[in-house]
Ligand binder design. Structure first.
Ligand SMILES: Cc1ncc(COP(=O)(O)O)c(C=O)c1O
Length: 324
């Protein structure tokens, strides 16, 4: 899905709440030329029955963002708690009562030519109404990409570095040109890494398996949530180990996870059915658990959520009491 960017939507830019249409950067901005930015993606889910919007694991997203900004030596001055408060305020100012995608971005902001960086950093937070990213109701058709996942010693895949997303854009474009819904990356060792914008899980012989974080993957927060749900709620064994390409063809179930995609079943991979081609019971179970946890239906996981409208305090008074 392509999000509509309403120019009147309020975003946080240059330390102020301003309309999106007024949040502009110059043509010589360092990050535009060299990809020297780090972004984040956070979801908020609207629950109609409770008339509440729930921001999903915002503290962990902002902790991850600030850590990964450190890889590029970009400084984001507010604390993760202050960034949560800004985000909650943003959604209230826009009176958002639908599913939302929050896009924080920090970048090298000097306006000059030359790749070496300096200490001119800037950041912004944008909250957009955002529906389904992939339409996965009947299961996706995924294709193994001819593009390899970037290596940690070239551009670290664990951080959402703007320039690194050329790798994802190439794979995603190729996948769609070939009639697939989403790409699956192999890394330079030939092991399965992840999707262009999501992590991957495979069910094989009763175990849920996902590549370890040292296989050039993004350290997904949805990946972590799904691992917790599968272990605690379904009593499943979750194994982090390298996955061979051919295991994709003989596994029982396969699904993607990510902030934008949620839990998205894969029904076919490289023109082969996954399992018997129907949506697997474990995938459906995890999908339902993830849906319930993100909408505040599961007491155990309420500490993942920051409700937007429950507290109407000013941003500096917002009490974020989330446990990691
Ligand atoms: C390449 C890549 N892998 C995995 C993910 C999933 O990470 P998370 O669950 O933290 O959104 C993303 C999210 O945007 C991504 O871009």
């Amino acid at each position: 899905m392509k999000a509509e960017a309403d120019p009147n939507l309020i975003c946080y830019f240059g330390g102020q709440y301003v309309p999106l249409g007024e949040a502009r950067v110059g043509i010589l901005t360092h990050a535009l030329h060299y990809g020297t930015g780090v972004f984040e993606g956070i979801r908020a889910h609207w629950d109609e029955a409770q008339q509440e919007l729930f921001l999903m694991r915002p503290l962990e997203h902002y902790q991850r963002w600030k850590q990964n900004c450190g890889i590029l030596r970009i400084v984001v001055p507010p604390s993760p708690e202050e960034l949560c408060a800004i985000t909650l305020e943003l959604m209230r100012r826009n009176a958002l009562r639908t599913n939302v995608y929050v896009r924080p971005i920090a970048y090298k902001s000097a306006e000059r030519v030359g790749v070496s960086t300096d200490d001119q950093d800037a950041f912004a937070v944008i909250a957009l109404p955002f529906g389904d990213y992939l339409h996965a109701e009947k299961g996706l058709h995924a294709g193994v990409s001819s593009w390899r996942r970037i290596e940690d010693n070239a551009i670290p895949a664990r951080a959402k570095i703007c320039g690194a997303y050329v790798n994802s854009a190439l794979a995603s474009d190729e996948a769609r040109q070939c009639g697939f819904d989403e790409a699956i990356f192999l890394n330079e060792s030939g092991h399965v890494a992840e999707g262009a914008t999501c992590n991957i899980f495979m069910l094989r012989k009763g175990s849920l398996i996902t590549p370890p974080v040292t296989e050039n993957v993004l350290e997904g927060i949805t990946r972590d949530s799904v691992m917790q749900l599968a272990q605690r709620e379904l009593g499943m064994q979750v194994v982090e180990r390298p996955i061979d390409r051919s295991e994709l063809y003989v596994c029982d179930e396969l699904f993607f996870t990510g902030t934008a995609v949620g839990v998205a079943p894969i029904a076919r991979v490289d023109h082969r059915p996954v399992g018997d081609g129907s949506l697997g019971a474990v995938t459906r179970g995890i999908q339902q658990l993830y849906f319930d946890a993100t909408r505040g239906h599961l007491r155990t996981y309420l500490n993942w959520l920051a409700p937007v409208y429950q507290s109407r305090m000013k941003p500096e008074q917002d009490q974020i009491s989330l446990v990691g």
